[in-house]
Ligand binder design. Structure first.
Ligand code: PMP
Length: 361
C-alpha cells in the first residue's frame, strides 16, 4: 500500500504513525480487551487518555495554568456563536477584524447576540492583505476583539498577536494551531477545530483565560456554557471519545517530533518551497497575497485559465497528490501544508508543478 500526499484543507492528512497506532489498538486498547471507543468516558481508562491529551497539549503549546483547556463538540463554527453568548452581555459591542471567509463566518454566528462592529475589513483589497493595526477603529468597552489567525481559504496569516489594548483578544486558530510557538498569554481565548493540525474532525479545543469564565454573558442553556464545561473537565455530557483519543495521539506525536519550535522550522521550509515555485514561474502560477502575511498553512494559487486548472487537479491526483482543488469561494488551486504534511510531500508537489509547467506552460 502506498499512501498519497494529501493536501486537503481539512479534514486533513494525519501522521501515518498515529493512524498505525490507532489501527493497532482498535480492537484491544492497552490490554483491556475492548476498544477505547467502547469504554465509558467516566471509566479510569478513558479518563487517563483524556487527562494525558490535555497535559500533552498544555506542554506542546506552553499553556499557562490560569487558562482552562476545553474539549468541545460542534466544530469551530459553534464556538463562534458561544463566544458571544458566554462573554458579551446582550447587545454589547464586540469588535471583529475581517480578513477573509472565516472572519465573516465568525460574524455571522455572533451577530444574533452582539452588536458586531467591524473594525477593519480587507475585502475591498480582495483579502490579499491584513489591514494594518494602525487603521483599526477599536471600540471602547468592547466585550472582546476577534481575529482569524489564519484564513484557510484566502491564505492570509497574522504574524504574532496584535496589541488590542484593554479588551481580550479572541482568535480562531483552527488552521494554524500548534504550527509554531504562540504566546497564549496575549490572548483571552483561542479556539480551533481539530481537523487540521490537531487530529480528527468532531472535537474542538478552546483555550480560555479562567477569569473570563466568570463573565455572565447572556441567557443560554448550561450545555452552551463554557464555565460548566470547565467545571466538569469537558464531560458535561458524553464527549467524542474517539476524537479525543486521536487528538491525544496526534499531540503526543508532535511532542515526540520536537514540538512547536520544530514544526515552525519545518512549516517555514515547506511554505518557502511552494511560494518559491509560484514566484519563479514567470506568472504561470500566481498567489497575490502580500508576502508579509502569506499563510504557511494554506497556499491558494492560480493558473492562467479554468481548463488548465481542471487539468492540474486531474493530473496531480494521478501523480498521487490529493485535494489540490481550491475552495469554491475563490476557485483555482490550494495546497494545505499542516504539521503532518512531510517535506517530501511538498517536494513532490513543487516537482509536479515544474513538470506541469514544462508540459502546459
Ligand atoms: N475557522 C477556520 C479558520 C476554518 O478553517 C474552519 C473550517 N475550515 C472553520 C472555522 C469552521 O470549522 P468547523 O467546520 O469545525 O465548524
Amino acid at each position: 500500500m502506498t499512501r498519497a500526499y494529501n493536501f486537503s484543507a481539512g479534514p486533513a492528512t494525519l501522521p501515518e504513525a498515529v493512524l498505525r497506532q490507532a489501527q493497532a489498538e482498535m480492537l484491544d486498547w492497552n490490554g483491556v480487551g475492548a476498544s477505547i471507543v467502547e469504554l465509558s468516558h467516566r471509566g479510569a481508562e478513558f479518563m487517563a487518555v483524556a487527562a494525558q491529551a490535555e497535559a500533552d497539549l498544555r506542554a506542546l503549546m506552553s499553556i499557562p495554568d490560569d487558562y482552562a483547556v476545553l474539549f468541545m463538540q460542534g466544530g469551530a463554527t459553534t464556538q463562534q456563536a458561544l463566544l458571544a453568548l458566554n462573554f458579551a452581555a446582550p447587545g454589547q459591542r464586540a469588535d471583529y477584524v475581517v480578513t477573509g471567509h472565516w472572519s465573516k463566518t465568525a460574524i455571522k454566528q455572533a451577530r444574533p447576540y452582539v452588536d458586531v462592529h467591524v473594525v477593519a475589513d480587507g475585502e475591498a483589497g480582495g483579502f490579499r492583505d491584513i489591514p494594518p493595526r494602525a487603521q483599526w477603529a477599536l471600540s471602547p468597552g468592547a466585550a472582546y476583539v476577534h481575529i482569524t489567525a489564519n484564513e484557510t481559504i484566502h491564505g492570509v496569516e497574522y504574524r504574532g498577536a496584535p496589541d488590542v489594548g484593554g479588551a481580550p483578544l479572541f482568535a480562531d486558530f483552527s488552521s494554524s494551531i500548534a504550527s509554531e510557538p504562540i504566546d497564549v498569554s496575549k490572548y483571552g481565548l483561542i479556539y480551533a477545530g481539530a481537523q487540521k493540525n490537531l487530529g480528527p474532525v468532531g472535537i474542538s479545543v478552546v483555550i480560555v483565560r479562567r477569569e473570563l469564565l466568570e463573565r455572565a454573558g447572556q441567557p443560554r442553556a448550561d450545555i452552551f456554557t463554557y464555565a460548566s464545561h470547565a467545571a466538569r473537565d469537558s464531560m458535561l455530557n458524553t464527549p467524542p471519545t474517539w476524537n479525543w483519543y486521536l487528538l491525544g495521539l496526534t499531540v503526543r506525536w508532535m511532542l515526540e517530533q520536537g514540538g512547536v519550535e520544530e514544526f515552525a522550522r519545518r512549516n517555514a521550509a515547506k511554505a518557502a518551497l511552494v511560494y518559491q515555485a509560484i514566484d519563479a514561474s514567470g506568472g504561470f502560477y500566481r498567489n497575490e497575497v502580500a508576502p508579509a502575511v502569506r499563510s504557511r498553512m494554506n497556499i491558494p494559487f492560480f493558473l492562467p485559465d479554468e481548463a488548465l486548472t481542471a487539468r492540474f487537479v486531474a493530473e496531480s491526483r494521478e501523480a498521487g497528490l490529493l485535494a489540490l482543488k481550491g475552495h469554491k469561494a475563490v476557485g483555482g488551486l490550494r495546497a494545505s501544508l499542516y504539521n503532518a504534511m512531510p517535506l517530501e510531500g511538498v517536494q513532490a508537489l513543487v516537482d509536479f508543478m515544474a513538470d506541469f509547467q514544462r508540459r502546459h506552460g
